[in-house]
Write a protein that binds this ligand. Structure first.
Ligand SMILES: Cc1cc2nc3c(=O)[nH]c(=O)nc-3n(C[C@H](O)[C@H](O)[C@H](O)COP(=O)(O)O)c2cc1C
Length: 167
């Protein structure tokens, strides 16, 4: 299956090979192409490549043990100062995160969505580690690398979850 929407899986093992700046820019371009409420685009992205920082992330996120093995991770953040349509920023950041994951799959890169917001310890830990301003909330963290594991597509289509016209 070569449809990246249907074949994307969470990849948590990476080869040591570097990921180019061009590839990262492609991922960020895909993330910023996401829909957002009123097109408010409330996001910022922190591209983390410094080894010291990647190695410190499992100290502030309990399910991020793969991050130090990745050549980089991208932190998707929401900026309250950019929000014109209240309460939609997290949905906007979720759309950006998913676009990023699909673009990574299309390039043959491996990535996984690590949840951050709304868990306060993770938000505060990443904010302190990376010097993120108070008005900006870390939303999700996506380690990215060349895959060292292969996963088959997972067909989750369930007719029982589909309601036609009325419930
Ligand atoms: C909001 C959210 C939070 C997640 N948090 C984590 C996480 O902290 N650590 C992790 O290894 N995977 C995390 N995942 C990945 C899920 O475990 C994964 O998407 C799910 O098991 C389905 O597998 P698949 O992505 O391979 O299809 C998260 C996914 C989402 C959408």
């Amino acid at each position: 299956m070569d449809d990246p929407v249907l074949s994307r899986r969470s990849i948590r093992k990476y080869t040591g090979e570097p990921v180019s700046g061009e590839h990262v820019e492609h991922l960020l371009r895909a993330a910023m192409a996401a829909p957002s409420a009123g097109n408010q685009q409330p996001w910022h992205f922190v591209v983390i490549r410094e080894r010291r920082l990647l190695e410190a992330i499992p100290d502030v996120h309990p399910y991020a043990s793969m991050v130090p093995e990745a050549p980089l991770a991208i932190l998707v953040c929401g900026d309250r100062r950019l929000e014109r349509w209240p309460q939609y920023w997290a949905q906007d950041c979720a759309a950006a995160t998913e676009n990023l994951l699909i673009a990574a799959a299309q390039l043959g890169l491996g990535a996984v969505w690590l949840g951050v917001h709304p868990l306060e310890e993770r938000v505060d830990g990443l904010r302190a580690l990376l010097g993120i301003p108070r008005d900006v909330t870390p939303f999700s963290l996506v380690p990215v690398g060349w895959p060292a594991e292969q996963k088959s597509p997972s067909d989750r289509y369930d007719e029982l979850r589909v309601h036609r016209d009325c419930w």
